[in-house]
Design a protein around this ligand. Structure first.
Ligand SMILES: [Zn+2]
Length: 249
């Protein structure tokens, strides 16, 4: 097509044409650097909370000040708890909390905030995800969010969808969780009485406890499956073993 381009086409080599609208590298130095927004996602039991706390440790060791936020953590006590036993105090967020306001209040109280660690990031509302990304843009706070991409039906959580749309980087966690068949497990099946269920509330608040009494109405657990076995509902030869016993509250 280039041979048909006329010589007065502004894009055909004239430095005063379209390309000169892009500023030279040097003129960008005056721009404020944004905080970065990273969304790390993986299935249940892939160690997200452990990695969230490790991320906090790495940054605080460099003298940075962080704020930890969570929703519906398995402890339900305003903290981030990992399955390998590490625990840190965290702000328990609810649907109505304005997270920009939360950070402003922290500053007003003289507490610097350089970064935010968001655990259970899939449970934050899309509006809250927007508030967090705006903090990165407006006041250069770094946002490190850790969550589950899809719910028990294999559909994106609304919060996760917003993270996928807005984050600077979306990173699958590298800790593999396997289905009973050995394939990578990416789906969190909800299981009641050893049967996969496909209808119900998006969020069944759950905590890791001893297996619930079989046969009780609220005995719910989750099991990580591959796509094929999530579709077929096959929970494997020893369903119940090596899975997460969870109960609805
Ligand atoms: Zn499988």
């Amino acid at each position: 097509m280039s041979e048909t381009r006329s010589t007065d086409d502004p894009s055909s080599g004239d430095p005063s044409g379209a390309l000169s609208a892009v500023p030279a590298a040097g003129s960008r130095r005056g721009l404020t650097v944004n905080g970065s927004v990273k969304y790390f996602y993986g299935p249940m039991d892939c160690g997200k909370s452990t990695l969230a706390l490790q991320m906090d440790h790495n940054h605080s060791r460099q003298g940075r000040r962080g704020l930890l936020l969570t929703r519906l953590d398995r402890s339900r006590q305003g903290q981030i708890t990992s399955r390998i036993g590490i625990t840190r105090e965290a702000v328990e967020v609810d649907d109505d909390m304005d997270l920009a306001e939360l950070v402003r209040k922290s500053w007003a109280a003289g507490r610097r905030v350089d970064y935010l660690i968001i655990d259970e990031a899939q449970f934050f509302t899309p509006t809250q995800v927007e508030q967090l990304t705006q903090l990165a843009d407006d006041v250069q706070v770094d946002i490190y969010a850790f969550g589950i991409a899809t719910d028990f039906r294999g559909k994106l959580f609304p919060g996760s969808a917003r993270w996928f749309e807005l984050a600077d980087e979306v990173l699958p966690l590298q800790v593999e969780v396997l289905c009973w068949c050995g394939r990578p497990g990416r789906f969190n099946a909800r299981v009641v009485d050893d049967q996969i269920v496909r209808d119900g509330a998006t969020v069944v608040v759950a905590d890791t406890v001893a297996p619930a009494e079989p046969g009780t109405a609220d005995a719910v657990r989750y099991q990580v499956l591959c796509r094929a076995h999530h579709r077929s509902g096959d929970l494997g030869p020893s369903s119940g073993e090596g899975t997460l016993p969870l109960t609805s509250q």
